[in-house]
Design a protein around this ligand. Structure first.
Ligand code: ZN
Length: 324
């Protein structure tokens, strides 16, 4: 039940009920609604001006985090790119130089990557940070290509290295008998006037004097192509080392390898003797390159220190008669 309000009528000296007309009531209601709407609008305006709605605030925060993460990712990508550059540098300027192999051509390393069409899907999305995203994708693609080429390059370097290792192991690179004291080398290589035969004679190898039975070593990895008794060479072993190199070991008292045997550098293949046309116990040692005799002394440097090697060269220049 609505409350009845009273007022004091001075004329009648009585309290009388206040009569509210429908019009006054209507105006009151309208006034109340108007004030409420204005008040609400004011509150919303002040709130909007000073506070960000919660949802928008969360989105802004997420956006900020994403931008930070994108930046960190980009920095890491640049770092990886620089590391790939260093790998390229070491590959081209160090490994390939040591192995005497050409570097990967720049045209291959920096070949085309395709234009913007490659990123059509991103362009179609019409995203706000389009340039930033495409730039990162391009960087990533360049890194992928760089690493792919680098991986292929390492495969190639590894193959070259295996082949070089095989070649280094095969090359005749040590003295054929133990000659640490440098007392074994007897003659030099090449043409000289034979004082007994009284004529110029070619000596196609080096003679090492040593007691009968001194071990003789294969000077590089290879395959024995012959091992037989020759009237001139006596017991002789021929080894093919590949890459154009062959060696011969003559006048052995006996050999202990056979035709077709694989031998390793430093493996004993026989013993010093005085067989065939020989004027004393010694080893006649020859190195051939592309079937032509070359001076074996050129191959002993790796086996000796510089001083020892120079001494050996001096010894090889002495005028002595070959033992054949
Ligand atoms: Zn000789």
């Amino acid at each position: 039940m609505a409350k009845i309000r009273y007022y004091y009528n001075t004329e009648t000296c009585k309290y009388e009920p206040i009569k509210v007309t429908p019009k006054a009531m209507f105006l009151n209601v309208i006034g109340f609604i108007t004030v409420s709407v204005i008040l609400a609008a004011g509150i919303i305006y002040v709130y909007r001006s000073n506070f960000t709605p919660l949802k928008e605030s969360i989105l802004r925060s997420k956006n900020h985090d994403l931008k930070m993460e994108w930046k960190v990712m980009n920095d890491k990508l640049s770092e990886a790119y620089h590391q790939a550059d260093e790998l390229e540098f070491k590959d081209d300027k160090i490994y390939r130089v040591i192995l005497d192999t050409d570097p990967i051509p720049t045209t291959i390393r920096e070949g085309g990557m395709g234009g913007h069409n490659k990123y059509k899907e991103i362009l179609e999305e019409n995203i706000e940070q389009e340039d930033m995203v495409i730039n990162t994708y391009q960087k990533l693609d360049r890194l992928k290509k760089k690493l792919y080429i680098q991986s292929k390059s390492y495969d190639q370097v590894s193959n070259v290295l295996s082949e070089k290792e095989k070649m280094w192991a095969s090359r005749p690179a040590i003295q054929p008998i133990n000659n640490k004291e440098l007392t074994r080398l007897h003659t030099s290589f090449g043409k000289r006037f034979h004082p007994i035969l009284k004529r110029w004679k070619s000596h196609d190898g080096l003679d090492f004097t040593a007691p009968v039975g001194t071990p003789i070593y294969a000077t590089g990895d290879g395959i024995v192509t012959s091992a037989y008794l020759s009237s001139s060479y006596g017991n002789v072993v021929f080894i093919n080392h590949g890459y154009g190199y062959q060696t011969r070991y003559a006048h052995m008292t006996k050999y202990i390898v056979d035709q077709g045997d694989n031998v390793k550098r430093g493996q004993v293949i026989g013993y010093v003797g005085n067989t065939g046309r020989s004027s004393g116990a010694h080893l006649h040692y020859e190195v051939l390159y592309n079937f032509k005799p070359i001076n074996p002394i050129n191959f002993f440097q790796r086996d000796l220190g510089n001083e020892e090697y120079e001494k050996l060269i001096e010894i090889s220049k002495q005028e002595t008669i070959p033992l054949d």
